[in-house]
Design a protein around this ligand. Structure first.
Ligand code: BGC
Length: 331
């Protein structure tokens, strides 16, 4: 429907006859990098939510995903293609979150609304047009909950963490991508929460491992060689890097070493690791909840309606709450 039949015929080669009477909403979803474990789980959830919406609303919804493979230039070209094809609405997981202005202006010119997600445009960009939304989380809440997981665990099993019994926790830090809104803020609020809980922390080392399992593994291999059993806890900005640290620790030369790890996201592999005690806990970065909000807003915008106000929405920004996940909760 909403995709103008004329535009469809111009760009897709569909005839007006073929399209007449069909209520169709066309949604373009651009992913910054499908290799990213969290983003690939978001892709599945977004698809499921639109399939559900299709049934609920009795309207055909075509969802086309494209993988920008970590290149903003590629993503810009993909956006141009969706615009040329007259898509009704775009859901964009930016590669470079500081690069939204030109994209918003393109959407505005073509009157194609945009729901950004996971990689947050700066607020000045979000105010460029009223048909721009953002769906994500509150990074400081996520970090704070990681800190709480640590404190709960430390209270129960102090000896499993403070191995040298000096009352100070020696930690290493796996940070996400520099400049990503979820990296530095998660770190800062996690450490702050732990310190507020009365626990002294000492940072042995920290590095950006760019959300990646293999980079987390590499960094951890280096730290194990340098510090060995001195490391008492690994704080990771996400589960993929935490799983990389676990991989590094599983090498036979470290079989005598015990180091606690806390992650973030709640991806399947990490939930298993929490359940079987290889990770102290993780924080649920609710992919399903975020996908539901994205689908709800995109559906309304695509139909040229204004999305209703919802819980956790403020100035067209929705921050879906996190949850703590510990082994007890999974057993
Ligand atoms: C997630 C990471 C993911 C990143 C991608 C973060 O919110 O926690 O796992 O790699 O988003 O932008």
């Amino acid at each position: 429907m909403l995709c103008a039949v004329l535009l469809m015929s111009l760009f897709c080669g569909c005839t007006a006859e073929e399209k007449s009477g069909s209520e169709e909403l066309r949604v373009g979803v651009l992913l910054f990098n499908e290799d990213d474990l969290f983003i690939s789980s978001m892709k599945q959830e977004i698809d499921k939510c639109f399939r559900r919406k299709e049934k609920e609303e009795g309207c055909r919804i075509t969802v086309s995903f494209s993988d920008s493979m970590g290149s903003q230039t590629t993503q810009n070209e993909q956006i141009d293609t969706f615009i040329k094809r007259g898509y009704d609405v775009l859901c964009i997981n930016l590669v470079d979150r500081t690069d939204a202005a030109a994209i918003i202006d393109k959407g505005k010119k073509a009157d194609i609304p945009i729901v950004f997600f996971n990689r947050e445009p700066v607020s000045a960009d979000l105010s460029r047009w009223s048909k721009i939304y953002y769906v994500g989380t509150d990074a400081s809440e996520g970090g704070r909950l990681q800190g709480e997981i640590f404190l709960d665990y430390y209270k129960k099993y102090p000896e499993r963490i403070d191995k040298n019994g000096d009352g100070i926790i020696q930690y290493v830090l796996l940070e996400g991508e520099p400049g990503h809104q979820d990296a530095a803020i998660r770190t800062e609020s996690c450490i702050k929460k732990i310190q507020e809980g009365g626990v002294e922390m000492y940072r042995l080392a920290g590095a950006n491992a760019n959300w990646r399992l293999n980079q987390g593994k590499e960094k951890m291999e280096g730290w194990l060689t340098e510090f060995g059993n001195e490391i008492e806890v690994v704080i990771s900005n996400n589960d993929a890097m935490a799983l990389g640290a676990l991989d590094a620790m599983s090498a036979s030369q470290w079989s005598d070493i015990h180091i606690e790890v806390v992650g973030m996201d709640g991806i399947e592999e990490a939930l298993l690791a929490v359940k079987d005690g290889r990770m102290m806990g993780t924080v649920m970065n609710d992919a399903q909840g975020q996908a539901e909000v994205i689908a709800k807003i995109a559906y309304k915008l695509g139909r040229r309606e204004t999305p209703e106000n919802m819980q956790d929405m403020n100035d067209r920004v929705v921050r879906v709450p996190h949850d703590k996940i510990s082994a007890e909760m999974l057993r």
